[in-house]
Design a protein around this ligand. Structure first.
Ligand SMILES: [Zn+2]
Length: 228
């Protein structure tokens, strides 16, 4: 995009993101080799949690890919990846329970999840248009256009920020319910803890990265203004 000193601002976010992803993979692989004493599979536990905690209409399905697990509020489905669906490792159970946590948040009308779901369309349009509008503003030397580009990108920062309570809360629910409903004991939950904590770090990395990118856009626009 722009090759100036502000490019350095992208680096910490990038490195943080890579470290966080590596930690998720290593925690997941580690906990994939330890199996639950009670022998339930992750999808089975997810179904039982949904049934018992207010989201009985959510379907649990299998999906392709590695760590592609997600809950879709619009389709009311909980998709579990190959290493999770049908598996009884502590890693699989932790991820499935986390996703069930999102479905339960949705059923309860948890405010941060509702807000995040509501702004998704605006954020996705905004993040696609932001670089185009920002660049156009610079090329045409039109400050209002540059500002619109920055504001659109700021939506991404808001989204990353709102994602944090949603993710932390889903993990907290997962651990609490796995213990309370007796699927895991206090030793087993430690493995789940590590996987979910590592996953939470990737969302922190996304926020740091988005904030630094926003700062970069602001710095570029200010230096242009000074030069004009
Ligand atoms: Zn999540």
């Amino acid at each position: 995009m722009f090759y100036d000193w502000t490019l350095i601002l992208i680096l910490p976010g990038l490195i943080f993101g890579l470290i966080a992803q590596a930690r998720v993979k290593s925690a997941f692989n580690h906990a994939s080799r330890v199996f639950s004493h009670r022998g339930y599979t992750a999808d089975d536990i997810a179904r039982r949690l949904l049934q018992r905690h207010g989201a009985p209409n959510v379907a649990v399905t299998a999906t392709k890919g590695m760590l592609s697990d997600h809950y879709s509020p619009s389709q009311k489905t909980l998709a579990l990846s190959e290493n999770v669906y049908g598996q009884s490792s502590l890693a699989a159970i932790g991820v499935a329970a986390h996703e069930a946590g999102h479905a339960i948040q949705d059923a309860e009308g948890y405010s941060f999840l509702r807000f995040r779901t509501a702004i998704v369309p605006v954020v996705s349009i905004g993040s696609n248009l932001s670089p185009i509008i920002f660049m156009l503003g610079l090329i045409l030397s039109m400050d209002p256009l540059v500002n619109v580009g920055i504001i659109l990108f700021a939506l991404t920062v808001v989204f990353s920020l709102i994602t944090l309570p949603v993710e932390f809360n889903a993990s907290k629910r997962a651990k609490k319910l796995l213990l309370a409903d007796g699927y895991l004991d206090s030793q087993e939950i430690k493995y789940v803890d590590k996987v979910l904590d590592a996953a939470a770090l990737t969302y922190v990395a996304s926020l740091v990265s988005a904030v630094l990118q926003l700062l970069r856009l602001i710095l570029i626009s200010n230096s242009r203004r000074r030069n004009n």
